[in-house]
Design a protein around this ligand. Structure first.
Ligand code: SF4
Length: 88
């Protein structure tokens, strides 16, 4: 399981989740929302109650209308990895 940040984060971008994540796996690139690294997330759930707009869900409990956010969180980190490789 992993946690996913969905639509309510867009334009909100409250940093409470970033501050509580014990493994520093919530990041953004200056775009409209934050994303959770599905590989780094240890499923502790600490970010869920601190989000003021309830944007964070376990992957399995993502509302149907936001299912694609599971993929967009994952692809954010795949893009980040490919940038890191190209800049070496
Ligand atoms: Fe970080 Fe825990 Fe939230 Fe995963 S569930 S993103 S490890 S705070």
């Amino acid at each position: 399981m992993t946690y996913v940040i969905a639509e309510p984060c867009i334009e909100e971008k409250n940093t409470a989740c970033v501050d509580v994540c014990p493994v520093n796996c919530i990041r953004s690139d200056g775009g409209p929302q934050y994303y959770i690294d599905p590989v780094g997330c240890i499923d502790c759930g600490s970010c869920v109650p601190v989000c003021p707009v309830s944007a964070i869900f376990p992957l399995e409990k993502l509302p149907k209308k936001w299912k694609h956010y599971g993929e967009s969180n994952k692809s954010f980190y795949q893009r980040e990895m490919s940038h890191a490789c190209k800049s070496k």
